[in-house]
Every structure is written in C-alpha cells, then in structure tokens.
Ligand binder design. Structure first.
Ligand code: SF4
Ligand code: SF4
Length: 355
C-alpha cells in the first residue's frame, strides 16, 4: 500500500498562512499531494471519501473527517477546487480512477463505495466509474459542514440539495476577487500618479470588491454588464466629484473618475464568475476553465419517452433546484433562468435521457 500523506494539515501558524495566501490568490491553483489520507482508526468497512487536491479544500474536509474513522482519497485535479475542476473536465472518471489506484484503497476495505463531493456531479459519470473500476459512487451534500448530518441521517442516499452563497463565503470571494482590480489598476495608477495613488487604488479595489460581494444577492440588476455599467457610472461620478470637491486639478478629476469607473466595470463583470450561484454562466470570464463541459448557454432538455418513471436523480442532483417531475412522472427543466448550465443533470441521468 502506498504511504498515506499527513492527514491533518489545517492547524497552526502554517495552516493560517496558507489559508491567507489562498484567500488572496484564490484564482490560482494550490495543489497538495494527491493520494491517501487516513483519519482515526478505520477498519475494512469504514467509509471512503474523495476530494480534489486543492489544498484549501483538503484542509476544510480534513477538519470534518478527523472526527470519523475513515479514508480520504485526494484526486489529482491540478490543485483546483472541486466544482471548477469537475465543470472544467478536470475532475472526472480519470481522476477518480487515479485516486483509487494511487491510494491502494482496494486493499484496505471490503466494500466498493466512494463518497464524492456533490459538486463533482458535472464531471463524474458514476456508470463509467463503476464499469472501469468496480466502485460505486454516492454523492454527499454540497456543503462539507452538512456532511455529519448526512452521514447520520441519509448515508448513502442521494438527497436534494441546493447551492447557497452565504455572506461569509461572499466576503472570502470578495477578497480573492479584489486581486484583479487591485493589480490591474493599482500598478498603472502607481506609474501615472505615484505610489500613493497606486496604494490608494489597490486598497479601494479590495474594499469595493468586498462591499460588492456583500451586496451581490440584493443587487436589482442581472449579473454581468447590467450590474457593471451602473456601478462604473456611479463610481466614476463619485470619484470625479470627490476629486473636484477636495480642490483637485483637472488631471486629478479625470484620473480618479477613469480609475474608479474601470474598477466598477472590472468588479461588476468579474465577481459573478466567483459566485457558485452564477459561475458556469460566466464562461467568458472564467479564469481557470473558459470552456466548461457544457457549451455556453446550455439548457437541458429531457427525452420524455426515455425518462424512467420513479427516477428523480436529476431533480435531486441539480444544485439550483431547477429540475422538477411533472404529473406524468417525467422530468423537465422548471426554471431556465435558474439553470447554471452546469451539466450535472446530463452527467447523472442513468439512461442518458437529458441532452
Ligand atoms: S435522471 Fe434521467 S431518468 Fe431520471 S428523472 Fe431525470 S431524466 Fe428521467
Ligand atoms: S438543470 Fe441546469 S443547473 Fe440544474 S443540473 Fe441541469 S444544467 Fe445544472
């Protein structure tokens, strides 16, 4: 059996520094060693969990799993988080198969059941995993903090679950998203207006990015240009008025108006790609995987004759609750506006009735 990597990596100063770096540089992959992690004193019937090799995710998952006797297989997904990797085609059957082989888990347990993160559903086809490896896939809850409740009450059943974007997570994402406007505008501002202007620009970028993140679900306009253009206009006008009111020169007024308008445009256009409730719709702005498994604007359609009576997998697996069963027991897309084009329903239909 290959040696297990250290199991608990989320504590102490090292863990804090890594968390801070991963918060600020959230756009970039942070790989950790793929392979096996062992928690507690598992036996041959202990559960086997799988996750991506994004360091932050592994530490979050470890925080929960250290309370259980279990195994964790860390799949080689390029150091990218679970959802981006699976929707981008980098956390699929190949990676699950690699995790099984890398870990030697087949020698450690008598069952053949893997618990995968729910948000791997866009990339992992359970039928193919079963046929290639002999292992059965079950999907846990979306939020890792819900895992203990799911293990106690529902394991191994698939239960309906929808993705949310609570304020604490939005603030985290707002900090990560601040890097782009801070860098893209702060550096030119420093060159043109001096280091104080650069620092002020970078600081404003972070503050506005976090404020935008906090307000995001309550903004009246749709994500993208409808949010970005008014924000750019308001920020540009406020910056110009502030520069003028504080006795600035024409150069100051134009400089700050243009800088803040561009900042508003960047934040407004980029932030939706950080939101799990909108992310796959923002393919043009997706830094990691501009081409996801589903084509841009994809909406699922169900082949009713092929849809199996009594099945509701697509209804439960949809992270937005956008699918429903009709009176004739056939599935259909209930909420096209809510659909993320994530591809999970297509991938998980057992009879390939969705395209
Ligand atoms: S997953 Fe497929 S078979 Fe099941 S309800 Fe949906 S469309 Fe029908
Ligand atoms: S209906 Fe849309 S959001 Fe729901 S699983 Fe299918 S593609 Fe994803």
């Amino acid at each position: 059996m290959p040696p297990a990597a250290p199991a608990v990596t989320h504590r102490g100063v090292g863990g804090g520094v890594r968390s801070a770096a991963q918060l600020v540089f959230r756009s970039f992959p942070f790989p950790t060693e793929p392979g096996l992690r062992v928690f507690g004193t598992p036996d041959r019937s202990s559960p086997v969990f799988v996750t991506s090799n994004f360091d932050y995710t592994v530490r979050l998952v470890s925080r929960v799993l250290e309370n259980y006797d279990c195994y964790l297989l860390v799949a080689p997904t390029g150091g990218v988080n679970v959802w981006c990797a699976s929707a981008g085609g980098h956390f699929g059957v190949d990676e699950v198969e690699a995790a099984i082989k890398l870990s030697g888990i087949g020698d450690l347990v008598d069952h053949h059941r893997l618990v995968l993160p729910r948000l791997t559903a866009p990339g992992v086809d359970p039928k193919e995993v079963r046929s290639r490896t002999g292992w059965r896939v079950v999907f846990g809850p979306i939020d890792i903090d819900e895992l203990p409740g799911w293990l106690d009450e529902s394991f191994p059943r698939l239960v309906a679950d929808v993705v949310t974007f609570p304020v604490a997570r939005r603030v985290e994402m707002g900090i990560g998203a601040g890097l782009w406007p801070a860098g893209l505008l702060g550096v030119p501002a420093a060159i043109i207006g001096g280091w104080q202007a650069g620092l002020l620009t970078a600081g404003l970028a972070y503050v506005l990015s976090v404020l935008f993140a906090v307000a995001y679900p309550r903004l009246p306009a749709a994500p993208g240009l409808p949010q970005a253009v008014p924000l750019a206009g308001v920020l540009g006008v406020v910056a110009a008025a502030t520069a003028w009111g504080s006795g600035g020169t024409v150069f100051d007024i134009v400089f700050w108006a243009v800088t803040l308008a561009l900042m508003g445009l960047l934040i407004g256009l980029d932030f939706p790609s950080w939101s799990p409730t909108d992310v796959c719709k923002q393919q043009l702005l997706c830094f990691l995987y501009p081409a996801t498994l589903a084509p841009a604007g994809f909406l699922p359609t169900v082949d009713e004759p092929a849809c199996v009576d009594g099945c509701d997998i697509c209804v439960k697996i949809c992270p937005k609750g956008a699918m429903t069963l009709q009176d004739n027991h056939k599935a259909t897309l209930l909420d096209p506006d809510g659909c993320l084009s994530c591809f999970a329903c297509v991938q998980q239909c057992p009879v390939d009735a969705i395209s």
